[in-house]
Structure formats: C-alpha cells, structure tokens
Design a protein around this ligand. Structure first.
Ligand code: SAH
Ligand code: SF4
Length: 361
C-alpha cells in the first residue's frame, strides 16, 4: 500500500490537476489508483457502483470494501457529491430539480416520464457565457463548468426520485456542453458504461449552440452519441442577434461541418428551432431554413419558445408553427412540432433557478 500521502494514485507528485474528489477520477485513473493500492481488479466495479450513487458521501458506507481500503481512500480523497435542493412537480408528470454541488453552486435538471420511459435533461455548466437573447440561463452569465461526475450525478438524482430506469438523457439543461467538452464526454461515457443502468449511446443527446471545432471533434468520437444543434435562424443577421456568441461560427461554416458530421457518422443531427413571432418565422426566414436543411441529413424540431419575463420575444402562433412544418415537409425535410412540457414548473433552461434565486425556495 502507498504510505506517502504526497504520492498521487499514479505514483507522481500530487499536482494541481490531480482530482482530490474520488468522483472526479476517470475510469482509467480509478483503476490505476486501486491497482497501486494493491486492490484486486474487481474492486474498480465495486467502487464505481458506489460512485454512481450521489447519496453515498462517506467511504464508511462502502460496505463491500475492506476496512483498510476504505481508510486508505478516505485519507486521500473527498467524496462530496451533488444533493437535491428542491423539486417541483408539473401537472403533466415532469419534475424539475434544483441540485446543489459540493461548493454550493446550484444547477437544474428535469425528469420527463412518458409511457413507462424516463428521459432526463441535465445541465453541463452553472450558467452559460453564450448570452442567447431568448434563454434564461444566458441572462445570468457563466458561474462555472461542471465536472463529469456532477453531470452524471444529476441522472442518478432523477432516477432515484422516480425509481425508474432512465431510457435517455439530453444535455439540454443549463450551459453549453461544447464549452465544457472534456467533462461532457466523460459524463457521456459514465452514462454509457456497461452495467445495469447503462444508457445506449444513441439515447444520449448533446445539444450545442454550434461550436464548430467541437462538432468536428465530436464527430470523430467512436461512440454513436446523438447531436442536436440550436439553430433558431438560418439568416446570419438574425442568428447574430439571437445568439451573439455564435458570430464566430458563421452559418456557412456550420453548414459545412454538419455535412462533414453526417458524412462521417451517417447520423442525423437534430436542429432545434423555436419559432419567435415576427423574428424567425417570416417567409424569408422559413425559406432560409429550408435552404439550410434541404439535401442534408437532418431533423428539425420546432420547439415552443418559453417567453421570459420582460422579454419582447414571444412564441409564434400555433398556426404559423404548423405552416413552417408543412413548408419543411413539402421540401422533403423531416420536422416535428414538440409539445411543450412542464410549463407550469418553468422547465425551460435556467428559469427555475432564476425564479428561486429571486424569492428563496
Ligand atoms: N447550450 C446548449 C444546450 C442547452 S440549451 C444549446 O444551446 O443547445 C437547450 C435548448 O433549450 C436549446 O435548444 C436552446 O435553444 C433551448 N432554449 C433556451 N431557452 C429557451 C426558451 N426560452 N424557450 C425554448 N427553448 C429554449
Ligand atoms: Fe447557453 Fe444554450 Fe442558453 Fe444559448 S441557449 S445561452 S448556448 S444554454
């Protein structure tokens, strides 16, 4: 067993980048550290089993590990996890959670049950630096990025509350996943790891505002994770106004990288498009959207805009949304109108946290 507490699990000096929270170790780091401590290989799975349960915050609770190993781990690592701070239940069955990280930072996640299946929406950052005009998260700026375990633990919190197996996860809560790429990928891999709770790669979806270099990197990952792009306008000027931080990733280059993505992966990215009255639902906007999509592998999700307090942006009337779908379908583009869910619990990105911070829960 390692005697010297200045020695890292890998045998080198403990550097600034060495996680002190056991939950922040990757699978390989954990395996190397346990080997170093003289533990047999099967302990890795046992420890990972405990780490997948956010309610387990003491090494003593890991009752299937020998006492000496538990003490060794406790001397080297903390085990802080996320905890549930508040829950709101919608009339439609969806539940929204406010989750507190060990340092007090709060993030949101949502559970959406439907006919025996449970989808979970997780946050990848506390806040977001992208500042999209229609988004509550964008209003508050970025607090910090989440660790892989903080992202994956949100799924465990929702699973625990519903007592159901999670069938799919969307990375569509607060934050820009591709501004926190490594932790996002590591979280996807934790969720996709073999085991009783495993979630298939195709049922794990990452949504990005369009960070081009990361879309390219994502297309080269070996797993078949699903990609969604928040498009919201195919007219550069409109998109610049709605999503100011995407200016450096212009639509022409976004289109190119999405074609590359489809060619390389043979997978169909989803384009998220929230029709906004008089802004991106005009004839010229809809024709630009058709031009952007036609001939490429994609699926357009027409989502309901959740209007923010004090914002001039309002959702398009239902008839207009239906006419956009009809126009896309006439052009041979797959499109779905997403029914809004959880409106009574402010399930849109960032809204719950903003409200709770204003009034105290
Ligand atoms: N940053 C990533 C993922 C988080 S946002 C992204 O932008 O894709 C998740 C989704 O919620 C995105 O499609 C985003 O455009 C959408 N969204 C944000 N605010 C919204 C609102 N007020 N109403 C409806 N959808 C919203
Ligand atoms: Fe950030 Fe996505 Fe909200 Fe834009 S829509 S501010 S990228 S979380």
């Amino acid at each position: 067993m390692v005697e010297n507490s200045d020695v890292t699990p890998h045998g080198g000096a403990r550097g600034a980048n060495t996680p002190s929270n056991l939950r922040d170790l990757s699978h390989d780091e954990l395996a190397a550290m346990l080997t170093e401590l003289g533990a047999p290989a099967f302990r890795v799975k046992q420890v990972e089993g405990w780490l997948g349960r956010p309610e387990v915050t003491s090494f003593e609770a890991m009752t299937n590990l020998p006492k000496a190993l538990r003490e060794e781990l406790a001397a080297r690592y903390t085990l802080a996890s996320v905890e549930l701070a508040a829950t709101r239940v919608s009339k439609d069955g969806s539940r929204k959670y406010l989750v507190r990280c060990a340092d007090g930072v709060m993030v949101e996640c949502v559970g959406l049950p439907s006919s025996g299946r449970l989808s979970v929406c997780v946050s990848t950052q506390a806040g977001c630096a992208m500042g999209c005009a229609f988004c509550a998260t964008g209003r508050s700026g970025l607090t910090r990025s989440l660790s892989a375990r903080e992202i994956a633990d949100q799924v465990a919190v929702v699973r625990g509350d519903f007592g159901l197996r999670v069938s799919s996860v969307v990375f569509m809560g607060q934050g820009e996943p591709f501004a926190n790429y490594d932790a996002t990928l590591a979280a996807l891999r934790i969720l996709n790891a073999p085991g009783p709770e495993t979630i298939g790669a195709r049922h794990l979806t990452v949504s990005t505002c369009g960070v081009i270099p990361r879309i390219r990197q994502f297309s080269k990952e070996p797993e078949q994770f699903t990609l969604a792009i928040s498009l919201h306008s195919a007219v550069q000027q409109t998109r610049n106004a709605l999503m100011p931080a995407t200016r450096k990733y212009p639509l022409t280059r976004l289109h190119e990288v999405l074609e590359e993505y489809a060619e390389r992966t043979h997978r169909r990215p989803t384009y998220e498009f929230a029709p906004i009255d008089g802004v991106n639902d005009t004839n010229s906007e809809v024709e630009a959207l058709v031009d952007f999509c036609v001939g490429t592998l994609c699926h357009v999700n027409l989502i309901h805009l959740n209007a923010l307090e004090g914002s001039p942006l309002a959702p398009s009337p239902d008839a207009k949304v239906r006419s956009i779908r009809a126009r896309l379908e006439r052009a041979g583009i797959e499109a779905t109108i997403r029914e809004p869910r959880g409106q009574d619990i402010e399930a849109a990105c960032g809204q719950l946290r903003q409200r709770l911070e204003g009034v105290g829960f």
